[in-house]
Design a protein. Structure first.
Length: 327
């Protein structure tokens, strides 16, 4: 792309720059005005989700450390809180004298709608060329090593894990790239803004293993129904990979979840890891536990969150049980 000149001061700008380094002129000023107007219109109409989406689109066009970036980020957080507060909570239960099928119908309908929405969301991720191409390349590499059935199961489980991150990012109104597969590494989602709140970061980080656990249990259910051991292998491998992701170090999901925990919560998690190790004999828990102890001994701790702690504990136990025969 050909460099452009800033219309305010004449400084030559790189093709991917968002603001002039000299006078701070915003390259996408007109687009930002349109997005802000659309967001305000959506908010006035009561469509808070659409307003949050417009502001998220605008955030991706603003320099990360600019004042405008901070203001728009605060608006997104406020809209997210408002959307969560307006979520319906009161459900009228059916009469206990009603037939069993009527009592169970609302729950079945909810599960069906949830499954359909998840399938639709997962298919939506495959419309991105970068995801599809990198996924096929990843599949080809592992097909040559393990054969196509296990390679396909591995690719799909990793894809579902990454889409768990994408789903949480979308719920929080945070812009991010589509999943990108890298043979030998796995896959990743690149955020288009910096996350400073440890609780938000923990929610995003643990969403991947939560969806990964769902994929593992789905594969295990197919194995129980069909007896085909390839599905058991896929379930166990998916459990192992997601458990590996829970090591609280570097940029792994476990580190992002561990960061928000208070000191007492960290030691509770260490205790659960030890119990899971005794119960499942999954040796990867030696690594998870050792790093967790090291992190718990550090001076810096998080503000604490019981929901994150409960999620982390459940993931440790369930994934270790699924992967107990590996390692």
């Amino acid at each position: 792309m050909t460099p452009i000149a800033c219309p305010q001061c004449g400084t030559e700008l790189a093709p991917d720059v968002l603001a002039c380094p000299a006078c701070k002129w915003l390259v996408h000023a007109e687009t930002l005005k349109r997005l802000a107007a659309d967001a305000d219109a959506s908010a006035r109409a009561g469509d808070l989700a659409a307003a949050r989406t417009r502001w998220s689109d605008a955030l991706a066009l603003l320099p990360r450390h600019s004042q405008q970036h901070g203001i728009v980020g605060q608006r997104i957080e406020a809209l997210t809180r408002q959307i969560d507060a307006n979520a319906p909570t009161d459900v009228v239960p059916p009469s206990p004298d009603a037939p069993w099928w009527r009592r169970g119908a609302p729950g079945l309908a909810t599960v069906a709608i949830l499954l359909l929405s998840k399938v639709k969301f997962l298919l939506l991720g495959l419309t991105k060329a970068s995801t599809l191409v990198s996924m096929f390349a990843f599949f080809g590499v592992y097909w040559s090593i393990y054969g196509w059935p296990l390679a396909l199961g591995l690719v799909l489980s990793i894809y579902i894990h990454e889409m768990g991150h994408v789903a949480m990012l979308r719920r929080l109104g945070i812009a991010a790239s589509a999943p990108m597969f890298i043979p030998g590494v796995g896959a990743m989602v690149m955020l288009k803004q910096h996350i400073t709140d440890p609780l938000t970061d923990a929610k995003i980080g643990l969403a991947g293993p939560v969806w990964g656990l769902g994929a593992a249990f789905a594969a295990f259910a197919v194995y129980m129904l069909t007896g085909a051991r390839i599905w058991l292998a896929i379930a166990q491998l998916t459990g192992f990979l997601n458990l590996f992701n829970l090591i609280p170090v570097w940029q792994l999901d476990g580190s992002r979840g561990f960061h928000v925990l208070a000191r007492g919560e960290r030691w509770l998690l260490v205790a659960v890891i030890a119990l899971a190790l005794v119960a499942t004999e999954q040796r990867l828990l030696f690594v998870v536990g050792a790093v967790a102890v090291w992190r718990a001994l550090q001076q810096e701790t998080g503000p604490g969150d019981t929901r994150v702690l409960a999620t982390f504990m459940t993931l440790i136990v369930a994934l270790a049980w699924l992967a107990r025969s590996i390692g």
